[in-house]
Design a binder for this molecule. Structure first.
Ligand code: COA
Ligand code: ZN
Length: 326
């Protein structure tokens, strides 16, 4: 079998699913989801078996009012052994809050696009990097894990394509700070499969010791195709969002992440092992419309899994008799 066909045969290969619905999903919602409901949703997600949950973000409550209850949520969730509870952190203040609230992993964020970095974080890239270097030192001192999410890796909605060399310079600068987890984010669904394959393969070849996560948005319908292309290039960690919610409020045109239950459903059929209980995941997704006050993009929540069969029409026997008598 040629390597290019490996994607069709999971053969039990482990794929780590990292749920970001509580953060990337809720940060964009106009309705404030009550704190107790966020905690219950996180507990339901823990029970599905996802590898990691991004529980909230310790950002400025003015910038992201939907997540202003970060401390309470992080402190009051029930922690399942083996699950990593992460949170997004933009600066030192956020890191202090996250560490005080017993966050397992700080997910630091900056953009490889200078324009998006200023729009989203109100800092130049160098200011962000300097702040994040301090956060990394603080986390290392407190023995808390760090992951860095790089936004707009596959294109910026304001600048267009970002050269690969520029993306990889930022990866190298964080690796030089001792960071071992990097997320390559497609913030507004600009990635396409051949681009994803090439960039993922190059990054993995250049930094074999780095744990890369791929973070796709389904803005242009290429989300699942991009996941499969990344798997084909060797990736085994993906962010995905319950119900397909998500999007950065400071990136024009942003919309939902790849949908967790769609990814789990597709990968299970193909023989990959995500360790996630699909029925529980779908049940959790089906609670979302009530919490956020609108329908969700998830196709699986609507259609059910492919072998959720339907009964035949009520007059099936009569139709068959008629067909057989012709
Ligand atoms: N947590 C809580 N409050 C914070 C904070 C944090 N992490 N960072 C800053 N603040 C507060 C400051 O204390 C200050 O409060 P004050 O007005 O009462 O004095 C206020 O926010 C402004 O602080 P400043 O340092 O000037 O920040 P800013 O206004 O330049 O905003 C960020 C910078 C990064 C904090 C803000 O833009 C942010 O949180 N962005 C997150 C964006 C995001 O999550 N996008 C989606 C995910 S990619
Ligand atoms: Zn995102």
């Amino acid at each position: 079998m040629s390597a290019s066909h490996a994607v069709w045969q999971g053969a039990g290969r482990r794929i780590h699913l990292q749920e970001v619905g509580l953060r990337d999903g809720l940060q964009m919602e106009a309705t404030f989801v009550p704190t107790a409901d966020k905690i219950a949703l996180c507990n339901a997600l823990s029970a599905t078996g996802v590898a990691k949950i991004e529980v909230t973000s310790f950002t400025s409550p003015t910038a992201i009012p939907a997540l202003k209850d970060a401390e309470i949520v992080m402190r009051e969730i029930t922690r399942r052994p083996g699950t990593i509870y992460a949170a997004l952190v933009p600066n030192l203040r956020g890191a202090e809050r996250a560490i005080e609230s017993r966050t397992d992993e700080l997910n630091l964020v900056m953009s490889v696009s200078s324009t998006h970095n200023i729009a989203n974080l109100r800092m130049t890239q160098e200011q962000s990097f300097a702040a994040l270097a301090q956060v990394i030192a603080m986390a290392q001192g407190a023995n808390v894990a760090v992951n860095v999410s790089l936004s707009c890796v596959f294109g910026c909605p304001m600048e267009g394509d970002v050269p690969e060399a520029q993306v990889f310079d930022w990866v190298q600068r964080f690796v030089d700070q001792g960071v071992r987890g990097i997320t390559l984010c497609d913030t507004t669904g600009m990635a396409f499969p051949t681009q994803v394959h090439q960039l993922t393969a190059s990054a993995r070849a250049r930094w074999p010791g780095v744990e890369f996560t791929l973070h796709f948005h389904n803005t242009r319908g290429m989300g699942l195709a991009n996941v499969l292309a990344a798997i084909d290039a060797g990736a085994d960690r993906f962010d995905a969002s319950l119900g397909g919610l998500g999007g950065c409020p400071y990136a024009p045109g942003a919309s939902g992440n790849v949908c967790s239950e769609e990814i789990v459903h597709a990968l299970a059929l193909m023989g990959y092992d995500t360790g996630v209980d699909l029925a529980r995941l779908v049940a959790a997704a089906q609670q979302l419309p009530v919490l956020i006050g609108h329908d969700i993009p998830s196709q699986i929540a609507k259609a059910g899994p492919r072998l959720a069969l339907h009964s035949v029409p009520a007059d099936f026997d009569a139709i068959r008799e008629r067909a057989l008598s012709r």
